[in-house]
Write a protein that binds this ligand. Structure first.
Ligand SMILES: [Fe+2]
Length: 242
């Protein structure tokens, strides 16, 4: 399964995704914010807009749901936790309920020939960060989702989040862990890129090196913290005020 990442060029820095099968050209539109931007891309590639998928119900992820469904023959995929949807003979999507940022949050793991290769992580997991809990979320639930589900994802998974917050998240991560060379290296790379035209795709392996919310065990030792959950709450609250 292929992933097209489309930057919405808005102040919230949303990404929309077009997931598609190379075998049957069927496309899944994820979190359509502005289909005037994504539809021409899909059409130019000869894709059939066949499905709609949402990572969660926030307005900046659902705005063009109706417009998309009314202007195509697409159906709205609503998968349960653990459910796998077969897009073609060889390609499937597995839904994982990941509440915390919102109650209804889902991540979607993309698989080809039964092998997971990417995750559409919505606003649950960002590059170098996690979603906030300000609008219908809950930090304790997010902690459980991150430590019990997200942290179990394999190293090779490529991470495709709902927003480009990479540079801000890295700058925050640096305040938590100044001597982390990987964080400094990625800050330099991100700063050398065009902010609106180039994007870095991280893997779970990289996330484990840079994302403070996935580094609780290491940070606990470094900061002489007693409790990982407490540390998670502290990080989330510091990032909210940062
Ligand atoms: Fe959100």
């Amino acid at each position: 399964m292929k992933v097209m990442q489309v930057f919405m060029r808005n102040s919230l820095r949303n990404f929309n995704y077009i997931l598609y099968s190379e075998l049957n050209n069927k496309a899944i539109f994820v979190d359509p914010l502005d289909i005037d931007k994504t539809m021409p891309i899909a059409i130019a590639k000869g894709l059939e807009p066949a499905y709609l998928l949402n990572t969660h119900g926030h307005g900046d992820h659902t705005k063009d749901n109706k417009k998309f469904l009314e202007s195509t023959n697409a159906s709205h995929l609503q998968l349960d936790d653990g459910e796998e949807y077969q897009l073609s003979q060889r390609e499937s999507i597995k839904a994982i309920h990941t509440p915390g940022h919102t109650k209804d949050g889902f991540c979607f793991v993309l698989m080809t020939d039964g092998k997971a290769h990417s995750v559409i992580s919505g606003d649950t997991l960002f590059n170098a960060g996690v979603g906030n809990c300000k609008n219908g979320g809950d930090v304790e639930t997010l902690y459980k989702t991150i430590t019990e589900k997200i942290s179990k994802f394999p190293d090779n998974l490529l991470v495709y989040p709902g927003h480009d917050y990479l540079l801000n998240n890295l700058e925050f991560a640096k305040t938590v862990e100044e001597d982390n060379e990987k964080i400094n290296e990625l800050i330099d790379i991100r700063k050398s890129q065009s902010m609106d035209d180039e994007f870095m795709v991280t893997s779970m392996k990289i996330e484990r090196e840079i994302n403070p919310f996935l580094r609780l065990e290491k940070l606990k030792t470094k900061t002489h913290h007693k409790d990982e959950k407490e540390l998670f709450f502290e990080l989330r609250s510091k990032r909210d005020q940062w």
